[in-house]
Design a protein around this ligand. Structure first.
Ligand SMILES: [Zn+2]
Length: 378
């Protein structure tokens, strides 16, 4: 094997490398997510899990009689739409869908929400304080290489608060990302997660309430968890993952959302991606995936083709060829312009942030000043 190839060690079955945070390989060199993907097929009785969901639904139908009985976090994409569809039409629930609006919203994402509402789904939009979004995001972009941390926080905290405000303690998130895509094995067979798990796994260990020391507490309402005193004598939100109850297949969700929920796709594929239908809610997502590529050496395409391998619809060799072609595409000028405006930064300052976070073992700058991989996907 050439030196160039050896820079990253890949899972024998998919394209996730050893640089992925919390990545674990077994003795056969297979990553935890691929291992789990197989184990799920053999060890989980999905019929039993579905029946379990039915019982939970019945509990909340009784508790919330005559009103909404389940809260579905809905970004405008295929997963939330599919979950709302299944809850409403297959399980007889009365869902309320809640969208936390991200900064730099994409038009197609908004159109998808409008189409979804037209199909008879009830919906609430929460727009957190945009100035705080910007401050938190700029700080984390510069100091942690995370370009949209505020949104990631509010998807946890604002949903938590919405559940309390609406008095719907049944919250159905989509997939448990750690189990499905590689990372901790802790939540694999758990149907709910605690807010402490959310902090540990979904918010990079940052407790959102720590921001209270930094910004005005009132402005942070949607970015913080309620304090203990506010939770006294309340039914606390039970945070479930749909992937516990039903096999989580992205492509199936795309088909369901397209047929039943008015999901639109773009005419062109997303940059750095082979798909034209997922994560279309904010322009910042391109930067998010590009930074992931610069930090760890795998981008959005690698993740997508990995899903296809696990679904059995692509061979590993096909996936390698596709990822070589599209992974790590640089966000184009139009996008960068939006980012500079959002962060109030000059192009120089922006490039310095990328410079700071690019993994120099894996990348070098070519003579056009573009980050170029030293490694090869194999
Ligand atoms: Zn794998």
């Amino acid at each position: 094997m050439s030196e160039k190839k050896r820079l990253l060690i890949y899972c024998k079955e998919c394209l996730m490398p050893n640089t992925r945070p919390r990545q674990q390989f077994n003795d056969q060199g297979i990553c935890a997510a691929c291992e789990w993907n197989k184990q799920k097929k053999n060890s989980i009785n999905w019929k039993d899990r579905w029946a379990e969901l039915g019982e939970i639904c019945n509990k909340f139908k009784k508790r919330n009689k005559g009103r909404h009985n389940v809260l579905v976090p809905y970004s405008g994409g295929k997963d939330g739409a599919t979950i709302a569809y299944m809850l409403k039409h297959k399980l007889g629930m009365n869902p309320i869908c809640v969208t936390i609006r991200p900064p730099l919203e994409e038009e197609i994402g908004i159109q998808n929400i409008k189409n979804f509402i037209q199909k008879g789904y009830e919906h609430i939009m929460i727009t957190p304080n945009r100035e705080i979004d910007r401050l938190i995001d700029k700080d984390n972009f510069i100091n942690k290489g995370i370009p949209m941390h505020a949104f990631m926080i509010s998807v946890q905290t604002a949903i938590y608060r919405a559940s309390l405000i609406l008095d719907i303690p049944f919250v159905m998130y989509a997939e448990e990302g750690e189990s499905e895509y590689g990372g901790s094995k802790e939540l694999r067979n758990k149907k709910t997660y605690a807010k402490e798990d959310g902090i540990k796994y979904y918010l990079s260990g940052v407790n959102p309430n720590d921001y209270i020391n930094k910004y005005n507490e009132e402005d942070l309402f949607w970015y913080t968890y309620p304090k203990e005193a506010e939770l006294k004598n309340r039914d606390l939100p039970e945070l479930y993952h749909w992937s516990y109850f039903r096999e989580f297949v992205n492509y199936d969700h795309y088909l369901i959302a397209k047929e039943h929920c008015g999901l639109l796709e773009k005419t062109e594929r997303n940059q750095g991606s082979i798909e034209n239908f997922s994560v279309t809610d904010t322009y910042l997502i391109r930067l998010y995936y590009y930074l992931m590529y610069l930090k760890f050496g795998f981008g959005r395409t690698s993740m997508e083709v990995t899903n296809e391998i696990r679904r059995g619809s692509m061979t590993r060799n096909q996936a390698v060829n596709i990822a070589k072609k599209f992974d790590g595409e640089y966000p184009d000028e139009e996008h960068v312009k939006k980012y500079l405006e959002y962060y109030s930064m000059s192009l120089d300052e922006y490039n310095q942030v990328l410079e700071k976070w690019a993994n120099k073992k894996l990348f070098y700058k070519n003579n056009k000043n573009e980050w170029t991989a030293k490694f090869e996907i194999y």
